[in-house]
Design a binder for this molecule. Sequence first.
Ligand code: PNS
Length: 168
Amino acid sequence: MNKERIAVYPGSYDPLTNGHVDIIQRGLTIFDRIIVAVLKNPDKTYFFSLEERLHILNTVFKDNDRIEVDHFTGLLVDYVKQKQAATVVRGLRAISDFEIEFQMALMNRKIDSRIETIFLVPSIHFSFLSSKLVKEIYQLGGEVKSLIPEIVDQKLKAKMRLGPEKIT
Ligand code: PNS
């Protein structure tokens, strides 16, 4: 029997954007299963809590049994091995992503040479999109509805209603 091809797509997902969704859909044309792994980093302050980020992902991908939503702490390569996967997927939007992604891929390889990183290029329509910009535009009263899943728009609007001072 052929071994299942499993890839881990790690990230902060703070919040999920259509660019991430696009990468996941492209990944599913190559892999049997994608594990969308949300980093839980206690030293970092996020806009959405881990629970909120997982809830968003679980809602968006609830009908696709080839997508697993999970979270991890510690080293990515350890998590990948724990999930019996050997491939990390990352999106490359532009040359500006390349340096940090190249560094991470090589560092992960240095820690464990059996883990490969595969870069997927999103649609050109998302090449300028980032979670950071989505948050910034929302906080300044702009609209980026077409660039995020519906549930993210709802959650962002709900947070805005609490007032910026309540946003962490
Ligand atoms: O969405 P992001 O913030 O660009 O994702 C970064 C992420 C989660 C992929 C990266 O920070 C990571 O892998 N962190 C886990 C800790 C680790 O393994 N660090 C060494 C990476 S070389």
